[in-house]
Ligand binder design. Structure first.
Ligand code: 13P
Ligand code: ZN
Length: 270
């Protein structure tokens, strides 16, 4: 059996957690990541491993039965992942219609997956319906996006348009825009269902006064998605209190659509 600590997917996960911490997006135990493993990786690294523990999930997700996920642990600090991946991360196989997670590796100090497991798994289901290549759901607490939810209208179209206007490349990176949830109690099936509902139409979902969720086909792409939205929010927080003399116009956003072959969310541009 191959050594999981040498698996490219595990190395990439560790690098991503460290990088997110370095960006200041994951104070203390803030944030969580889940990666749907490729079948070939699961076969190479996990076949024959005994089930260490069976953990009830508290929800069902029949679409994910038999699937393997690498997931950050609850209460774990992203800054520590690189120093002890086996305590801070775990690999689970979902069975029983998604109601049971079989632990195959990790959470070595007796821990378990993130408290936001419902939002992660339900978001995987939602994104896989739109894009079968989706593999990653990522949650974190970037300061400028969070700050923006205190001072900006939470209407999704208004929020998205502001971000698109802050950096030229935003509309290219997230043409589907940013969906927004009001403040809700985190760590619940309810916020999981609401997040998954929003994931049907966009890869970014803001949790007001809390943070953001991103989804994508790999860790790099998902990190880059959040990074781009956070940069736009940073520009907004630098200029929000100043008179706006210039902006990126809708005509210019249409030019970007044409040049980079993307289609802005229907009805979001004039
Ligand atoms: P966990 O430590 O359970 O992953 O929770 C962190 C968090 O960001 C909750 O929203
Ligand atoms: Zn959080």
């Amino acid at each position: 059996m191959k050594n999981i600590l040498e698996a490219p997917f595990l190395i990439e996960m560790v690098r991503t957690a460290s990088n997110m911490y370095a960006h200041g997006w994951d104070e203390r135990n803030g944030g969580n990541i889940s990666l749907l493993l490729e079948e070939q990786d699961a076969a190479e690294y996990l076949t024959g491993r005994p089930v260490l523990r069976a953990i009830p999930t508290g929800f069902s997700a029949p679409e994910l039965t038999g699937k393997y996920f690498l997931v950050t642990g609850t209460g774990k600090y992203f800054k520590n992942v690189e120093h002890d991946p086996e305590a801070n991360l775990g690999i689970v196989r979902l069975t029983d219609g998604g109601q049971t997670a079989q632990l195959l590796w990790g959470y070595s100090d007796g821990g378990q997956f993130t408290s936001e497991f419902p939002a992660h798994m339900m978001s995987h289901v939602a994104r896989l319906k739109v894009d079968p290549a989706n593999r990653v759901v990522m949650h974190c607490h970037p300061g400028n996006l969070l700050a923006m939810t205190y001072v900006h209208d939470l209407d999704e179209k208004a929020f998205t348009r502001t971000l698109w206007q802050m950096c030229t490349e935003c509309i290219v990176v997230f043409p589907d825009g940013v969906n927004v949830l009001p403040w809700m109690l985190c760590g619940t099936n309810e916020i999981g269902e609401a997040t998954a509902g929003k994931m049907a139409t966009a890869r970014l979902v803001v949790w007001s006064q809390h943070g953001i969720y991103g989804a994508g086909k790999d860790l790099d792409e998902t990190f880059g998605l959040i990074e781009t939205a956070e940069k736009a929010a940073e520009i907004y927080m630098k200029i929000a209190h100043l008179p706006r003399v210039n902006t990126i116009t809708d005509a210019q956003l249409h030019l970007l659509e044409g040049r980079f072959n993307v289609k802005a969310r229907e009805g979001y541009l004039q």
